[in-house]
Design a protein around this ligand. Structure first.
Ligand code: NAD
Ligand code: TDX
Length: 332
């Protein structure tokens, strides 16, 4: 049994991780989260207080981070500013949380010699051409495009430096696009589902040829648990479930699953610097750590996600109007 400190655990992936860790391991979980616009304490409301506690605070608060790290065995670091579109409007919180916050956590795990797992993204590798047979691997050079992905790339490099220079006991994982319950309605899939529920036409950036490599959030988190359990210190693991789909096909599938004509969506302004394609080769994780994804049928996983948003309107309703008002300002 370990005491696990989960940063960003009121967000999409971290809250699902806390839930999975409490169900599938004997560990106790402390969530440290500052509850930005993206954090939602309702995502944690039903967790068992005997093994779970919530601390509201920022990973940039050095003394709070030091106290909490000293009192735990392992840090799993999810906290981030996570939305590319926001990073184009105002990069400043991305620098603070993704770079300075990661620095504070690394200094604390270094001082107290604690195990650290760093959650990152495939976006650090830049993008691939649509017809390129290649996929990202652990040796693909870093080439981030947006302020968001540049800060994630920078934070990964800080981890590598703290491993090499100070012997910090860390692993890194870079995962592809997640979908599933409790994802903020600013993100592509929940935005379109909640638009259809509200009678708003889904919004596709540009022509929608861009490809994302979709993975269910529970598969991401089962891989993270496996890396914590058996990963080699100092190593990076790519997490992906062979889920490449272009955005146009995903929007059409959402509309069809929700009983609407497949073409009942609008083309809106494209994202500046929009990455064309992400694709993950997760051979290392599968062969060295024996991990396999459970959700192999994207359509079934998407249908279950639609049902979750239909059944949990109280969870997403408070953030919907402000999110759409922001997009409207950008013509999106
Ligand atoms: P999210 O935006 O849903 O959640 C982020 C959480 O971090 C929120 O609860 C927010 O309140 C918290 N937070 C932000 N700044 C903080 C600070 N300074 N101190 C403490 N808490 C703070 O993000 P997500 O989609 O769950 O992503 C989690 C992690 O996974 C991120 O590191 C992201 O880069 C990475 N990732 C996400 C995806 C994806 O598809 N969503 C894919 C690969 C990797
Ligand atoms: O309304 C939309 N219409 C649209 O066409 C939105 C919100 C997005 N898009 C497109 C942009 C992308 O090509 O859909 C795709 C997915 O967009 P996002 O949900 O914003 O995700 P993305 O930019 O791919 O980044 C996500 O995956 C990698 C997460 O937000 C990151 O945190 C993660 O690192």
């Amino acid at each position: 049994m370990s005491k696990v400190l989960v940063t960003g655990g009121a967000g999409f992936i971290g809250s699902n991780f806390a839930r999975t860790a409490l169900t599938e391991t004997p560990h106790t979980v402390t969530v440290l989260d500052s509850l930005t616009y993206a954090g939602n304490s309702a995502s944690l409301a039903d967790l068992d207080p005997a093994r779970f506690q919530f601390v509201r605070g920022s990973i940039t608060d050095a003394s709070l981070v030091d106290q909490l790290v000293a009192d735990h065995d392992i840090v799993v670091h999810f906290a981030a500013e996570s939305h590319n579109d926001n990073s184009l409007n105002d990069p400043s919180p991305f620098i603070q949380t993704n770079l300075v916050g990661t620095y504070e956590l690394l200094q604390a795990v270094r001082r107290h010699d604690k195990r650290y797992h760093h959650i990152s993204t495939d976006e650090v590798y830049g993008d691939l051409e649509l017809d390129d047979p290649a996929r990202f691997t652990e040796t693909t050079p870093y080439n981030p495009s947006s302020p968001y992905s540049a800060t994630k790339a920078g934070s990964d490099l800080l981890v590598r430096a703290w491993v090499r220079s100070f012997g910090v006991r860390a692993t890194i994982s870079n995962c592809s696009n997640n979908y599933g319950p409790r994802q903020h309605v600013e993100k592509f899939i929940p935005r379109q589902i909640t638009n259809v529920i509200d009678g708003i036409r889904p919004k596709l950036y540009g022509a929608g040829a861009n490809v994302r490599d979709w993975i269910h959030v529970d598969d991401h988190n089962s891989a993270v648990l496996r890396i914590i359990e058996a990963g080699q210190l100092g190593e990076t693991y790519l997490i992906g479930a062979d889920g490449e789909k272009d955005n146009k096909s995903v929007i059409e599938l959402i509309l069809t699953l929700m009983g609407q004509p497949a073409d009942a969506y609008d083309h809106v302004n494209d994202r500046a610097g929009h990455d064309l394609r992400y694709a993950i080769d997760s051979t290392k994780l599968r062969t060295e750590l024996g991990w396999t994804p459970r959700y192999r049928d994207f359509e079934a996983g998407l249908a279950a996600t639609i049902e979750w948003y239909q059944a949990n309107e109280a969870w997403w309703r408070p953030m919907k109007a402000a999110t759409e008002a922001n997009y409207a300002k950008a013509g999106q």
